[in-house]
Design a protein around this ligand. Structure first.
Ligand SMILES: Nc1ncnc2c1ncn2[C@@H]1O[C@H](COP(=O)(O)OP(=O)(O)O)[C@@H](O)[C@H]1O
Ligand SMILES: [Mg+2]
Length: 387
């Protein structure tokens, strides 16, 4: 069983790449489900089959697809909690419409979509996940933490109500978080933990970032890589989509080609040691099986898309007993060499001779000072301390 996740900014080509991957897996004889959790569905259009939102539909031999209606799934599953929270806010004087907006946690709807993986895990050899654009997915990916804090918040809210409104409580149309709410949040946390277990198991799940050779896309993808790594997901490759092919020599595209080459360099610096999978810009929109097959050729050649391309993690962050952090970064050199490190708010630039690596820093160390850096046996260890 394998779960292949594709993520990246909107419009970079996630759905296209996910569909091409699903198709290749199916044509290799694996029973494959393509699952879209992005509310902006387009899988149906790409494969020209109207996919359902309740159960998978067959697209071709071995290939199935499902576009989940995350909004209604959430409303159905989370109803008890939403009702309770809405009541709580209205009781404190909020307008009902406003209250029902306030209680929706961003990314919550997509969380429910992800939970449906549990239903399909035993029926398919491969599940290909086409996820929502970076921001939302990230929040989701940390879900046990989010849910944990949600659970705590409910308890906190209950306390506030009990304390602040004690004298009025009898008059309020509010029931405190009762057994129902508790049951729903508990089972949700349990299910989420179960799915998370599968997603952070590198023998089951690997994640590929989909990027374009453009400035805005790059920075966001670096951030995604850092968070994915922190949350324990194995990112095993970066798909660089929409590269202008070499044979394009039209002077109109000269500047575009130069810029793409520059961004290719930056991609190497930002994602090393991850393998890069280049995909050219095609002559038309990618719709239908024939074009998807071509995308799959560009991505995988004759390799199996379920192969894991690397198990190397870009960095490790270890919190020490005294609260300081050690950042451990693998570098492709074994001998000690001239090393320089620049540190600005978001990024760390490491230079070893001609080699340059740019790392988007995890939030916790961003405002800390570097006390020392040691380079030994392929590993750079950087100690971040509080002032
Ligand atoms: N390599 C490519 N060459 C040509 N068109 C592409 C390529 N990759 C994606 N597209 C087109 O770009 C649009 C956006 O791609 P899509 O896969 O839907 O992006 P996302 O899912 O990341 O929002 C689609 O119309 C798709 O056909
Ligand atoms: Mg999409």
């Amino acid at each position: 069983m394998r779960i292949l996740v594709f993520t990246g900014k909107g419009g970079t080509g996630k759905t296209t790449v996910a569909a091409a991957t699903g198709l290749r897996c199916a044509e290799n004889g694996k029973k494959t489900l393509m699952l879209s959790t992005d509310p902006a569905h387009s899988l149906s259009d790409v494969v020209s089959v109207n996919l359902g939102d309740h159960s998978p539909k067959k697209i071709s031999e071995n290939l199935y697809g499902l576009e989940i209606d995350s909004q209604s799934l959430m409303e159905e599953k989370w109803e008890v909690v939403l009702k309770y929270l809405t009541q709580l806010f209205t009781a404190r004087g909020f307008d009902k419409a406003l209250a029902s907006e306030m209680v929706v946690i961003p990314g919550m709807d997509e969380l429910f979509s992800l939970l449906t993986i549990r239903q399909y895990i035993n029926d398919y050899d491969v599940i290909v996940l086409d996820t929502a654009p970076t921001g939302h997915t990230l929040r989701l990916m940390s879900f046990p933490e989010v849910l944990g804090s949600l659970g705590r918040n409910l308890v906190e809210l209950e306390k506030i109500i009990l304390e602040e409104l004690k004298p009025l409580r009898m008059l309020l149309p509010v029931s405190l978080p009762g057994a129902d709410v508790q049951k729903v949040t508990d089972s949700l946390i349990e299910e989420a933990m179960e799915v998370r277990e599968m997603l952070v198991d590198p023998t089951i799940t690997t994640v590929k970032l989909v990027v374009n050779p453009e400035k805005m896309v790059l920075l966001e993808s670096m951030r995604t890589l850092t968070f994915m790594n922190l949350f324990g997901f194995l990112v095993d490759g970066v798909v660089v989509n929409r590269l202008l092919p070499d044979e394009i020599n039209d002077p109109y595209f000269v500047r575009w080609k130069q810029q793409q080459a520059e961004y290719m360099n930056q991609i190497d610096e930002a994602f090393d040691p991850l393998p890069i999978l280049p995909v050219p810009l095609f002559q038309e929109e990618i719709i239908g099986i024939t074009l998807l097959r071509k995308v799959a050729d560009a991505l995988y050649h004759d390799k199996d898309p379920t192969d894991t391309l690397t198990t190397e993690r870009p960095f490790q962050l270890v919190q020490q007993d005294n609260g300081n952090y050690e950042l451990i970064i693998k570098l492709p050199f074994s001998e000690k060499r001239e090393l320089s490190i620049e540190h600005d708010r978001n990024t760390l630039v490491i230079r070893v001779g001609k080699y340059k690596r740019v790392l988007y820093l995890p939030t916790v160390v961003r405002d800390l000072d570097i006390e020392k850096a040691n380079f030994d046996e392929n590993e750079l260890k950087i100690l971040f301390i509080k002032e």
